[in-house]
Design a protein around this ligand. Structure first.
Ligand code: GCV
Length: 850
């Protein structure tokens, strides 16, 4: 109780400007009162057994010194030998093995039973004892200790912490590329260029890599694939391998092993063979030699990752060899070096004929892999995206998790927010991951949680676990958005313990990232827990998928882009009905890929939960959901709810002003303000689209009715011309205006007809890259607001050069007093390709969101 009181009174921690580089490893000083009160419980002496420079135990000592200095203002004496037992309280860091050989059996109630990477932690009896099953486990335990202290948790405890799975990898989609505009780009990266690559080479300055290694070790990730699964064969040139060696040298002290994505066609693209047929002897020899060479440079390489025969990538199917034959050919030499071969299950045909009702991309993973179960080498792990399509806002789990009984599996998650707002929209991912991992597939009628399938527990595999696509870049705060870092932290937590509680995780992360202020913790937890349902509401509902533009940047809304192409992310929306029929009786049969009990549930509309209805069934827009609403009305309502919920983010964040440092507060505020506007763009684009298609009115009369808006194309235009927007629903009433090519200024004028009063003014426009048009809003000749089209300078999303759902944005311009008959004039001054495009102006009375 006393402890809690201390926390409650220790409200505002030191508020110093920060840029996010330290992530959650800030080691910020505890409030003086707390630090003082607990200073005595921190031993002043550290004993470390068997530390070698450049290895994790040495890093543990450095980290401990850094952390204690920062958090507690305490310096410690470090000794490289000795056991517990003298009178001086001690922090003892060692592997269990070293400890036992130096000091004899541990004096514990029960001898700790440690698994690979697990550690024993004991702060009872005045000492702090951290014993790992290996060096990196001791480092994990050290980070654990520091994390507890940083959160003012001084409770005396004794426990063993073992990971659930031994594969806890990160996947980078960093490109070794060099064009006039890309110098180490990151595919689906929204936070700057690669920390590893630049201009077809490994960077000479890798200082960010060492900092990154600390972050990864602190969340217990044990390996990192540094290059894109769409792998450039030149990663394997001698010069680049030397660079990979330098990267591995920076990760090694933190116990993070490096891994590489391989391009299946390398023997042809890089070598001088004319085939990459996996059964060709020369090809086998080429890979044997190449893998030996790689291990010669990085002896502790974790292994490899391969994307074969998918989205244009080469693979064994090119030669009519099986996927297993292809994977095994490279896995064998990898096994000789103790490495793991991760083989992606993301194999599908992206030229599927959409006219065939029975075609379904979701079926692909099982169709491609089920016959090869048990054919893979022991060190092959099949890496499966969490859903059958591709990182959508809601998917059921991949059916493949229920099919590979004789092959170890890993689940592929994404920290990067492709399809999920690209780090401009707040989206805390742990609840989504939990939902997938907690799904019971009922294999053979027995409990078969996805988490147990991937950890290896369900089907009895030693190997198994987690991979997440992580898109950190050179941005100082790693992911572009400070709040997005909770997903990287949260990934580590869930990969270690799949049942970690999403609220606890976000609270811990917040304490470490922003301090102990209860208001800050509660607010960020509330915003984060709101974020998934909110985003799902204003994007794609009822399992229809996210509805981002899937043909280009996977960011803004474009419902039509899902259908009538070969990518297979279909919704089959027509004038009457919508949804993929994945039933066995009349659809693609996908539901039948689940084990019987689950298949039966999804086969029928009555037993399919509303939130996956359109994933499994094709129904009329007028179909009545379990909620009592029709499908179309649910769409309308959800979009209004979601966009309204998004508006609450800004006041919540603003309420933290002064409680967190100004630099991070201001940075996040800009993104959240942008999100409130883009949520309205989403709401309207999706609602207009289905309203238009179905011809069904919104019962609440909101869709298409915007009494407080003024369409700029309806104003008197001078220098502006009316333009159609594609997709049309990403413009209010489908049209916008742009200044005529070559003009330096354009105006739009009208007379206001709203009753006199105070209104919140906002303008929707399009913010393009390569140009910062400037704008002024005049009322009766007086400038009341001005802005520049500069979102592109600080938002990280993939860029578009068109007026569309990616560039559609809103500027909130404060409150204005107006009277009926006032003259409104907007002046736009083009810059670069940005011809001062405008969509509409809105004067919002208090409480109206539109
Ligand atoms: C690396 C999706 C993404 C691609 C990605 C691919 C994959 O299609 O849009 O950028 O390619 O998934 O996971 O391989």
């Amino acid at each position: 109780m006393r402890h809690l009181l201390w926390l409650a009174t220790a409200l505002v921690s030191t508020v110093v400007a920060e840029d996010g580089l330290a992530g959650w490893l800030r080691y910020a000083p505890l409030p003086e009162k707390i630090a003082k009160c607990h200073a005595k419980s921190i031993p002043s002496q550290v004993k470390v057994l068997g530390a070698t420079d450049g290895l994790p135990l040495a890093s543990a000592v450095n980290e401990l010194k850094l952390g204690l200095r920062g958090i507690m203002g305490k310096e410690v004496d470090v000794h490289s030998e000795g056991c517990l037992g003298d009178e001086t309280p001690t922090i003892l860091l060692s592997t269990l093995e070293n400890y036992v050989s130096a000091c004899g059996e541990l004096d514990a109630d029960e001898p700790p039973s440690l698994e690979e990477d697990g550690f024993y932690f004991n702060t009872k009896d005045g000492n702090v004892v951290i014993l790992g099953s290996n060096e990196r486990a001791t480092l994990y335990g050290t980070f654990e200790y520091l994390s507890r202290l940083a959160q003012a948790n001084f409770e005396a405890v004794e426990y063993v912490d073992n990971p659930e799975a031994n594969i806890r990898w990160g996947n980078h989609w960093d490109n070794m590329d060099y064009t006039s505009s890309t110098h180490g780009s990151v595919e689906r990266g929204y936070a700057g260029v690669s920390i590893f690559f630049q201009d077809n080479k490994i960077r000479s300055d890798l200082s960010r890599v060492a900092q990154y290694a600390r972050l990864l070790a602190s969340i217990r990730l044990n390996a990192i694939v540094i290059n894109n699964v769409n792998a450039n064969p030149i990663t394997l040139t001698d010069e680049n391998l030397e660079g990979v060696g330098r990267i591995a040298d920076l990760f090694r002290p933190y116990g993070v092993q490096v891994a590489l994505s391989l391009n299946f066609a390398s023997p042809v693209e890089l070598g001088d063979l004319d085939t990459f047929d996996p059964l060709d002897e020369d090809v086998v020899r080429w890979w044997d030699d190449m893998i030996d060479t790689i291990y010669g440079v990085v002896p502790d390489l974790a292994g490899f990752l391969n994307k074969a025969n998918s989205e244009g990538q080469p693979g064994p199917l090119t030669y009519n060899r099986t996927l297993a034959e292809g994977a095994n050919m490279m896995a064998r030499p990898t096994a000789r070096h103790g490495g793991i071969f991760m083989f992606r299950a993301f194999v599908y045909d992206h030229h599927l004929d959409h006219r065939d009702w029975y075609n379904d991309r979701a079926n692909a993973a099982v169709e491609f892999f089920q016959h090869h179960d048990g054919e893979f080498e022991e060190n092959v792990v099949v890496q499966i995206k969490y859903g059958p399509i591709d990182f959508q806002v809601r998917e059921p789990p991949s059916t493949l998790f229920a099919h590979l009984r004789d092959t170890p599996m890993a689940i592929e998650l994404q920290v990067t927010q492709e399809y999920l707002g690209q780090q401009n929209h707040l989206f805390y991912l742990n609840p989504l991951w939990r939902e997938i991992l907690d799904f019971d597939l009922r294999v053979d009628g027995e409990a078969s949680y996805v988490r147990d399938a991937v950890s290896g527990k369900r089907f009895g595999h030693k190997l198994g676990g987690y991979a997440a696509v992580i898109n950190v870049g050179m941005d100082r705060n790693w992911l572009g958005s400070h709040l997005a870092m909770s997903n990287l932290y949260g990934y580590g937590r869930i990969a270690w313990d799949s049942q970690s509680d999403s609220v606890e995780v976000i609270e811990d992360w917040t304490r470490l990232t922003f301090g102990l202020d209860r208001r800050v913790i509660d607010t960020i937890a509330e915003m984060s827990m709101l974020s998934w349902p909110m985003y799902e509401n204003y994007t794609g509902n009822l399992g229809v998928q996210t509805l981002t533009d899937i043909l280009h940047t996977h960011y803004g809304p474009n419902p039509a882009s899902q259908d009538n192409n070969g990518w297979g992310q279909w919704t089959r929306a027509n004038e009457h009905s919508i949804g993929m029929d994945r039933t066995v009786w009349n659809g693609t049969g996908f539901a039948g890929q689940y084990p019987a009990e689950v298949a039966e549930q999804f086969e029928h509309i009555e037993t399919t939960p509303d939130n996956l209805l359109l994933w499994f069934h094709h129904v009329p827009y007028t179909h009545v959901l379990k909620s009592g609403n029709t499908v179309i009305q649910h769409f309308y309502d959800a979009h209004y709810d979601g966009a309204e919920a998004a508006q609450t983010l800004v006041p919540m964040w603003e309420s933290l002003k002064g409680r967190i440092d100004e630099e991070r507060h201001a940075h996040m505020l800009r993104r959240l303000v942008y999100q409130t506007g883009h949520a309205i763009v989403w709401r309207d684009a999706v609602n207009y689209f289905y309203h238009n298609l179905s011809g069904i009115e919104d019962e609440a009369g909101r869709v298409g009715s915007h009494p407080w808006r003024i369409e700029v194309e309806d104003m008197a235009l001078d220098g502006y011309e009316k333009v159609a927007v594609t997709p049309p629903s990403t413009a209010s009433r489908f049209y916008a205006v742009e200044a005529a090519p070559g003009s330096s200024e354009a105006t739009a004028t009208t007379t206001l007809g709203f009753p006199a009063g105070r209104y919140r003014l906002a303008v929707n426009y399009y913010d393009l890259p390569d140009g910062q048009a400037s704008y002024e809003v005049h009322i009766n000749g007086e400038v009341v607001a001005a802005w520049e089209g500069d979102y592109d300078l600080y938002l990280g999303n993939s860029k578009s050069e068109f007026l569309d759902g990616h560039t559609a944005a809103r500027r909130w311009l404060g409150e204005v007093d107006i009277a009926e008959g006032d003259e409104l004039k907007i002046v736009g001054r083009p810059d670069g390709i940005e011809r001062a495009p405008l969509d509409y102006v809105v004067f919002l009375p208090e409480g109206v969101v539109d």
